[in-house]
Design a protein around this ligand. Structure first.
Ligand SMILES: [Ca+2]
Length: 399
């Protein structure tokens, strides 16, 4: 089986013969997966869900009617890598969605998805209107064949479209294998998230902790029950595990710049995301605070506060509610006076223009919290990741 990994990886050509463009999708080949919430039988037995029931991260997939889908762990079915999406529909359909994606300009979007099988698949776009989602008239239909082919959709963003969702669906009786999706527009730059290697330190780095060796107790306050993981147990090499009373803190003053910065970290929760408890990932506790957390509502949130009142604060509603324990996830929060953005596994999940930033943060930077494993934490004094977004909306005129 391992030999299959050595086959040349097919790269589909960029559309319209232009130079290859960045792919906005952080998990285009469905290789990044996570276990689903356990069934009652799995919960009772403690047995993990079988590999083909795992979910492709950052995507939403579902089926209705007499349709079903899997993400098989099988290089023979995948076009590249180990995984692809296998959809089977007689009556009903399977749906694959990604988004919402911000529309920064009127440049045209290009979608390509590789498919084979029999029946039909359709690619379409759904735009966010004022109070609802509206399907755009443009769609692209592909009659499937035995060999892999590109389903392609090109469309200019409609006027006043600020965000849109990609939908790829089966149509009619269909069996489809789907892999290697791409979404782009001219000039899109690669984001580089989630990182596929350990980070490094540079002149913008305020703190970088790969957790390969014990923390320097001159700079870090470390409460017991914090332990280095064994090599290979971290996301890269070792990591840090927080036991029931585990606590690590350092000086916020030296390690954080409230006016502009990036916090990026890998975390593995040892609890499910819907546990109803707030967990600090990286934060400044107290009334003059900063928070990067999974909160009690399952929101993934980032922001600042003053006198306990939120300043710039963004979150993705219930994003962590489906999180199962034991999965390394990447978070990155970036901020300056123009924009605040929050990414999970390379997907932009929340953003805000002109966030109100702290002028005076509390003294302590708290890293991690009980029930967490953490790796490759880097805090910088600049924005390292920025996905272009539409300009700020003009404030509504009164009267
Ligand atoms: Ca794949």
């Amino acid at each position: 089986m391992m030999g299959l990994w050595l086959l040349p990886v097919a790269v589909f050509p960029a559309s319209s013969g232009a130079l290859a463009q960045a792919n906005l999708l952080p998990n285009p080949s469905f290789e990044l997966v996570e276990p689903p919430p356990p069934t009652p039988a799995e919960a009772a037995s403690g047995a993990p869900a079988p590999a083909e029931h795992w979910l492709p991260r950052t995507w939403n997939v579902w089926a209705d009617g007499e349709a079903a889908w899997q993400c098989p762990d099988d290089p023979l079915q995948a076009r590249t890598g180990r995984r692809c999406l296998h959809a089977q529909a007689s009556r009903g359909a399977c749906y694959l969605r990604y988004g919402p994606m911000p529309v920064p300009s009127d440049l045209p979007w290009t979608v390509e998805v590789q498919c084979h099988g029999h029946g039909r698949v359709v690619a379409g776009a759904i735009k966010a209107a004022k109070t609802r989602w509206v399907r755009l008239p443009e769609e692209s239909v592909l009659d499937l064949a035995d060999q892999w082919q590109a389903l392609q959709l090109d469309f200019p963003p409609p006027t006043e479209c600020r965000e849109w969702l990609l939908e790829v669906a089966t149509r009619g009786p269909t069996e489809a294998w789907i892999d290697d999706a791409s979404v782009t527009y001219p000039g899109l730059q690669p984001l580089g998230l989630p990182p596929d290697h350990a980070l490094t330190r540079d002149e913008h780095t305020l703190v970088y902790l790969p957790f390969e060796e014990p923390l320097n107790e001159d700079a870090f306050f470390v409460k017991p029950e914090v332990a280095l993981l064994e090599p290979g147990e971290g996301r890269f090499g070792r990591g840090l595990r927080f036991g029931p009373e585990g606590y690590v803190a350092c000086s916020a003053d030296e390690h954080l710049n409230a006016r502009s910065g990036t916090v990026e970290v890998w975390v593995k929760t040892l609890f499910p995301g819907n546990d109803g408890v707030s967990h600090n990932l990286v934060g400044v506790p107290g009334p003059e605070g900063m928070v990067l957390c999974k909160d009690q509502y399952g929101h993934v949130a980032f922001g600042f506060s003053s006198g306990w009142v939120p300043l710039g604060h963004i979150y993705a509603d219930g994003y962590a509610n489906s999180w199962q324990p034991g999965v390394w996830r990447h978070l990155a929060a970036c901020w300056d006076e123009q924009l605040m953005q929050l990414f999970v596994d390379g997907k932009l999940i929340a953003w805000a223009h002109a966030p109100r930033l702290s002028r005076a943060l509390g003294p302590e930077l708290a890293i991690g919290s009980p029930g967490l494993e953490v790796d490759d934490l880097r805090i910088s004094d600049c924005v390292r990741y920025r996905l272009p977004v539409p300009p700020a909306e003009a404030p509504a005129r009164s009267g």
